[in-house]
Design a protein around this ligand. Structure first.
Ligand code: Z5A
Length: 214
């Protein structure tokens, strides 16, 4: 979403490779919003709606899914999510915190799977032309660190089972997009959690100041 449009809620997305601390830090963001009396919803992709959660289950734990089907399922989940949940919340002035969004599609299906970026861009235009996050927090850490943290959780899902080269392509795509778009804030997620959260808090304060000045 653009800061000067009439939708009042702010749209925050949290991105990064697996294990960098998205879930942990989304909890921190929720606490910060509560302390600042800002109404919000928290959601995730793929998922966030009944249809999206069914697609998520098939994507992460189903059998074989070919690369093009994977791409289209990510956008099918997103189209439903935007229509049913994200846009109504933003229109009502509610902030939305979303665990992953279209930047993940560029990173995983574009970078990781090496699908054509023009096709992703076409789908992005079809599904959410004119709507982008106000702030994208990219939690960045070397792949080895993220994987070691994620491994503590147990068995890998269908996408997590990819190799290091795949996740390095994913990370590089996130970093190259962060250079291209001002809405990104890159947070060094290899630091101790307290330092990560101080950096996130600074970004939230900047966003709140911009929203107050509208
Ligand atoms: N996907 C896609 O391919 N295309 C798309 O368009 C979209 C998604 C939208 C969804 O997984 C999968 O879908 C994902 C991309 C794909 N697949 N992969 N891989 P997800 O987002 O639900 O899950 P995930 O990325 O695998 O996240 P995760 O493993 O749950 O990790 P996390 O949420 O980033 O990390 P965490 O659970 O908060 O932290 C992991 C551990 O590290 C935990 O023990 C923490 O206490 C610890 N931690 C966190 N921060 C720190 C610091 N700073 N220091 C030390 N320890 C820490």
């Amino acid at each position: 979403m653009h800061l000067n449009d009439p939708m009042l809620g702010r749209f925050i997305t949290v991105e990064g490779i697996e294990g960098v601390g998205k879930t942990t830090n989304i909890q921190f963001i929720q606490d910060w919003l509560k302390n600042n009396n800002i109404p919000f919803i928290q959601t995730r992709e793929p998922g966030g709606t009944e249809l999206g959660e069914k697609l998520r289950e098939m994507l992460l734990h189903g059998g074989d899914v070919c690369d093009d089907a994977e791409l289209l399922m990510m956008f099918a989940s997103r189209a439903q999510h935007l229509s049913e949940k994200i846009k109504p919340a933003l229109k009502a002035g509610t902030w939305v915190i979303c665990d992953r969004f279209t930047d993940s599609t560029y990173a995983y299906q574009g970078g990781g799977r090496e699908l054509k970026l023009e096709n992703i861009s076409q789908l992005e235009k079809m599904v959410h032309a004119g709507l982008q996050p106000d702030l994208t927090l990219l939690l960045d850490a070397p792949v080895e660190i993220g994987r070691a943290r994620a491994a503590k959780r147990g068995a890998f899902d269908r996408i997590e089972a990819e190799d290091l080269a795949f996740f390095n392509r994913v990370r590089n795509m996130f970093l190259s997009r962060a250079k291209a778009y001002d809405r990104y804030a890159v947070i060094d997620a290899a630091q101790p959690l307290k330092s990560v959260q101080s950096a996130i808090q600074l970004e939230l304060q900047k966003l709140m100041t911009k929203a107050d000045n509208l």
